[in-house]
Design a protein around this ligand. Structure first.
Ligand code: NCD
Length: 332
């Protein structure tokens, strides 16, 4: 049987997505105990920082009766001595039953899958993809839109999520849509449905950068089309916010003293104006929701969290349930 890797949202069909959502719905029901990963060991190989993805994968494996080994910093591995990513992965695949990998390089998960003897799940590869984040985002979107109140009762009588819970929606991406891998993967998934995508991009653009950080930031401030932003907020069923992904900017961009780092230092001042805050809530529809893959910096103010349309914590929680469903299906 070929090893099943989860590397990109490209590889998922509508049917597979909704099967996974049915499992996620079931797993969310309180009181159930799972043993599907009994005796299984999952390698959590994180070469980049993570709070939610790593912890929710760890929680998911343990809640399914399995166990994890791995690391959260590459400094403790033999890669510090010059070992290749390939040899590191090949070695780990002798010890574990599946690998979850996060790496700062785009394509790293694919490289890992090429040498691994066990399934590899991409938990974020540079500015490439983050398929499990996109799945939990889409699940949250569909779940929040679905009005069948019975879906989450203990004796499950409700109907499963379908494309009707997604088709027709308008999703407004506000933030660093260029370098956010979560956005890339979610857009690909949304491509399977009949949705409308709106965008407001915030990022440093080297192609148009004049070298004068202050002037550039001023230019960005002036070109900030607040009116259009408000119109987008009013049309959106989902406002999906991301932070500026400065560590993903190409090599050397963000080194101390670089033009990009000077730009970012200035940018933080205009962030006082260009952000999503409580003042923006009034432009949104009553039924709309706010999502953010987190972590957040200045682009979304914590005061927004108390609005009932803000679903970021439910989104994070759904991440654990969805990853449980994914692991369960991988081992079934
Ligand atoms: C995202 C990531 O790592 O790509 N975070 C996450 O996994 N929840 C988004 C980000 O870092 O901004």
């Amino acid at each position: 049987m070929p090893t099943k890797h989860i590397l990109s949202t490209d590889q998922l069909s509508e049917e597979e997505i909704f099967d996974l959502f049915v499992q996620t719905d079931r797993i969310r029901l309180p009181g159930n105990r799972y043993t599907s990963l009994d005796g299984k060991l999952v390698g959590l190989l994180f070469f980049e920082p993570s709070t939610r993805t790593m912890s929710s994968f760890m929680a998911a494996v343990k809640r399914l009766g399995g166990d994890t080994i791995g690391w959260s910093s590459p400094n403790t591995t033999s890669m510090e001595k010059g070992e290749s990513l390939e040899d590191t992965i090949k070695t780990m695949s002798q010890y574990v039953d599946a690998i979850v990998i996060r790496h700062k390089e785009k394509g790293a998960a694919k490289r890992a899958a090429a040498v691994s003897d066990v399934p590899v799940i991409n938990a974020g590869d540079g500015d490439g993809e983050h398929p499990t984040q996109a799945l939990l985002d889409l699940y949250t979107i569909a779940d929040e839109r679905n009005t069948d109140k019975n879906r989450h009762v203990i004796f499950r009588t409700g109907k499963p999520l379908t494309n009707k819970d997604i088709d027709g929606l308008t999703i407004f991406f506000f933030g660093d849509n260029r370098y956010a891998r979560a956005v890339h993967s979610l857009k690909k998934l949304l491509g399977l449905f009949d949705v409308n995508i709106l965008e407001e991009n915030l990022y440093f653009d080297p192609e148009t950068f004049s070298g004068d950080a202050s002037a550039e930031v001023q230019k960005q401030k002036q070109s900030w089309d607040k009116e259009n932003y408000i119109i987008n907020l009013g049309q959106a069923d989902v406002v999906y916010i991301t932070r500026l992904q400065k560590e993903r900017w190409p090599g050397g961009w963000f080194d101390t003293g670089s033009p990009a780092s000077r730009w970012y230092a200035k940018y933080q001042h205009i962030n006082k104006e260009i952000h999503f805050g409580t003042g923006d809530l009034k432009w949104m529809q009553k039924s709309a929701i706010i999502l953010h893959p987190l972590p957040r910096t200045d682009e979304m103010k914590p005061a927004v969290d108390s609005d009932k349309r803000c679903k970021i914590w439910q989104q994070a929680k759904n991440g654990m349930f969805l990853r449980m469903a994914l692991l369960k299906s991988l081992f079934s």
